[in-house]
Write a protein that binds this ligand. Structure first.
Ligand SMILES: [Zn+2]
Length: 326
């Protein structure tokens, strides 16, 4: 081997080393990103007493969660307890939710009112009214009531009103709870329940599967937006509701998320992600994902929102259903 060839050899050796290092680093980043996929499941509007009554005063969703072995956070509207005459039974069911070791407890206001519409006085009263029973049950079970979530995720009509409520919640030791992913389960459940009521089981099944499919697409979408905005993958917070659809399809969605290497984590673990300390640049009352609220430029935010996957057919069916109910 002459000097030139040896030199070239050393050279290409170095290049190869660099290449291997780069490839290794790349694989590491990909691996780390894949590893870092995690989500906290949060369920709003608990307790759904109409559903429990229809199921013989039991929560089939809670029973399913018992066997799923994952942490969940629930956001409670105590006003729901009085939505039917079975108050004592409803209260017992709420107790069974709150006392589960895997459940993190949150207040969702008493009557699920919209802060941006009713203003500070009425809303702050509704927050405190919403914790009376829950706090007692939680404390008896050795738990804290640390979390609050705004109904409709509406945090107030402008930045002044939002700041006022932030102070109030802080004074009452509440952590305001964001979400990053949701998939219109409240819409799908109406279509699902209608199909079940009409005995159209195949149609119901198709609606359930479409909910799961759309949810997975939305997870991918919000992972992408979060990566862009936060510069790295974040711990996601999924928002869904205590309803018939999730009773039957939340376990399916959870299974699919596990297949995508998601780790199911507690709300506390998710909230420890520094992303949740990012400044919020949106100060209106709309209830969209926090991932969008972290986007500074309103035009860019709109464009990201327009890229959000949706199920137009389901939305049209829902519109037709609400029209027919009027
Ligand atoms: Zn709600």
């Amino acid at each position: 081997m002459d000097d030139r060839a040896a030199g070239a050899g050393t050279h290409s050796g170095q290049a190869m080393k660099k290449y291997i290092f780069a490839a290794f680093a790349c694989v590491c980043v990909l691996y780390a990103h894949a590893q870092e996929r995690s989500v906290s499941i949060t369920i709003d509007d608990v307790p759904n007493v109409h559903l429990y009554a229809a199921d013989g005063h039991s929560s089939r969703l809670l029973k399913k969660l018992d066997s799923l072995n994952l942490p969940v956070a629930i956001f409670i509207n105590e006003g729901h307890l009085k939505q039917n005459p079975a108050f004592e039974q409803n209260k017992k069911l709420l107790e069974s939710w709150v006392t589960k070791p895997y459940v993190t407890v949150g207040n969702h206001s008493y009557s699920h009112s919209n802060y941006g519409e009713i203003g500070f006085e009425a809303f702050s009263e509704d927050v405190l009214k919403g914790e009376e029973l829950t706090r007692k049950i939680a404390e008896k079970a050795g738990k804290k009531l640390d979390y609050f979530r705004f109904p409709f995720n509406g945090m107030g009509k402008d930045s002044a009103e939002q700041a006022q409520m932030r102070v109030f919640l802080r004074e009452h030791q509440y952590i305001s709870t964001p979400f990053t992913v949701e998939s219109e389960d409240w819409l799908f459940t109406q279509l699902y329940e209608k199909a079940l009521k009409e005995g159209k089981l195949e149609e119901a099944k198709a609606i359930g599967n479409r909910y799961v499919d759309l949810s997975l697409k939305l997870f991918d979408h919000f992972e992408g937006v979060a990566l862009k905005v936060a510069g790295k993958p974040i711990k996601q917070i999924y928002l869904c509701h205590d309803n018939r659809l999730n009773t039957d399809y939340l376990p399916v969605l959870v299974q699919k998320l596990k297949e995508k290497q998601y780790r199911l984590i507690s709300l506390g673990e998710a909230m420890a992600d520094p992303a949740y300390k990012l400044p919020v640049h949106y100060h209106g009352n709309w209830g969209f994902s926090w991932v969008y609220r972290w986007v500074k430029d309103a035009g860019e935010r709109r464009s990201l929102m327009q890229q959000e996957p949706s199920d137009k057919e389901a939305q049209q069916a829902y519109e037709a259903l609400t029209k027919s109910k009027k």
